[in-house]
Design a binder for this molecule. Structure first.
Ligand code: PMP
Length: 419
């Protein structure tokens, strides 16, 4: 397999953009080599500019639950494009999307559309602080909630492979109200609440962590968080940017049967376009401007093309609820193939990660025991055989409805023979 064109494109991009990319993990820094420059994608495949075809388990890091270029979504987007790209004024599509989200996710009584998961999490926390008139928040070590200043503390995703626990450029003052606890550690959370009983505005968590690799919540952990936040009048925020509309229509909330006070969404909700949302209890959301005193705004928020892609994607998911059973089954098949090779595999629904460690992976500490060089070798072995997974140990593998049995079997065969 040749990557000459990608190499040339990467050299050019590296002169123009930091690391040649517009989001760090894309640069293949932790696995080495040249990132694939994508020409186009269809169904479960991506095609690079060298003419290579790959079975794609990145799925644009989550949005692609239906696979690439789903005809119904593309058609709707094309029609919307012909009617104008942005108006900066309300459209009925925003309410249509909001209604679909509300239907899928009952904890969301009201929501606000934004353009990225970062904005959604940052704004949800601002709302929670405005609502409670408290300053502190709790986040878990290894969870990623976007790159806003106060959340870049022991975050996951690209920050794990770059070995920077905190980003430069973030003044200490921005992070000193962020309290940290290891994921799945009830005692640590209990201690924080005992230490700051009336000061914690929100606890934000990925209900299934997916930015230190996939790490499921231990049985009872989310129930514990629900109970303790309730007893301290702290806003429980589920960051469902990855899990929303993926584990179930109602995300991790439905999957585990727990209602947070607020939730954030990204990725699938925009059907591949830049769209995200935060929402929750009406009385919390009503602190947002213009009716409340917490300011948050966006020129392209609720963009008509992005809302169209989101509406179409959610409608397809709602019309075909069996999709979740199908994608879960495929993930189970892959997980089984890896387990036969004695790897540590964490799989929840259509999200999974393979860790190169003998330890059970339950938090950031145990995720870090994975041999990242072994991961890099594994990554390139798969790539050389036409399979594209996320170029980092600390990300999820995403399975879509477009992955057909032929490609799943091909992947299993490659795992059996070469991994
Ligand atoms: N929360 C989670 C759980 C995420 O995985 C991500 C991005 N991968 C974000 C927030 C930030 O979203 P965005 O990249 O759209 O800003």
């Amino acid at each position: 397999m040749h990557f000459d064109h990608s190499e040339k494109a990467f050299a050019q991009a590296s002169e123009l953009m930091p690391g040649g990319v517009n989001s760090p993990v894309r640069a293949f820094q932790s696995v080495g080599g040249t990132p694939l420059f994508i020409d186009h994608a269809q169904g479960d495949k991506v095609m690079d500019i060298d003419g290579n075809t790959f079975i794609d388990y990145v799925c644009s890091w989550g949005p692609g639950i239906l696979g690439h270029a789903h005809p119904q979504v593309i058609q709707a987007v094309q029609k919307a494009c012909s009617q104008g790209l942005t108006f900066g004024a309300p459209t009925q599509k925003e309410s249509e999307l909001a209604q679909l989200v509300q239907q899928a996710y009952p904890a969301v009584e009201k929501l606000r559309l934004v353009s990225s998961g970062t904005e959604a999490c940052m704004s949800a926390i601002r709302a929670a602080r405005g609502y409670t008139h408290r300053d502190y928040i709790i986040k878990c070590i290894g969870c990623y909630h976007g790159h806003s200043d106060g959340l870049l503390v022991k975050a996951g995703s690209g920050l794990l492979t770059q070995a920077v626990a905190n980003s430069d450029g973030v003044p200490e003052g921005y992070t000193k109200t962020t309290l940290l606890a290891p994921y799945n550690d009830e005692k640590a959370i209990q201690q924080l609440f005992e230490r700051y009983p009336h000061q914690i505005a929100a606890l934000i968590i990925e209900p299934v962590a997916a930015n230190m690799g996939v790490v499921p919540p231990k049985p009872g952990y989310l129930q514990f968080l629900r109970k303790i936040t309730q007893s301290y009048d702290t806003v429980l925020i589920f960051d469902e940017v990855i899990t929303g509309f993926r584990l179930a229509l109602g995300g991790a909330s439905q999957y585990y049967g727990i209602q947070p006070d607020m939730a954030t969404f990204g990725k699938i909700i925009g059907g591949g376009m830049p769209l995200a949302a935060y929402g929750g209890k009406k009385e919390i959301m009503d602190v947002i401007a213009p009716i409340g005193s917490v300011y948050q705004a966006g020129t392209l928020s609720g963009n008509p093309i992005a809302t169209t892609a989101g509406i179409e994607t959610l409608k397809i998911l709602m019309a075909d609820p069996d999709i979740y059973e199908r994608i879960d089954q495929k993930a189970k098949q892959l997980a089984q193939a890896y387990r036969k090779k004695s790897y540590t595999v964490n799989q929840v629904g259509s999200l999974m990660s393979v860790f190169f460690t003998n330890q059970e992976v339950v938090d950031y500490q145990s995720a870090k025991t994975s041999d990242t060089q072994a991961f890099a070798n594994y990554f390139h072995t798969l790539l050389d055989h036409g399979i594209y997974v996320a170029p980092s140990q600390f990300e999820a593998m995403f399975i879509s409805d477009a992955h057909d049995q032929k490609d799943i079997q091909k992947t299993i065969q490659i795992i059996q023979e070469y991994v």
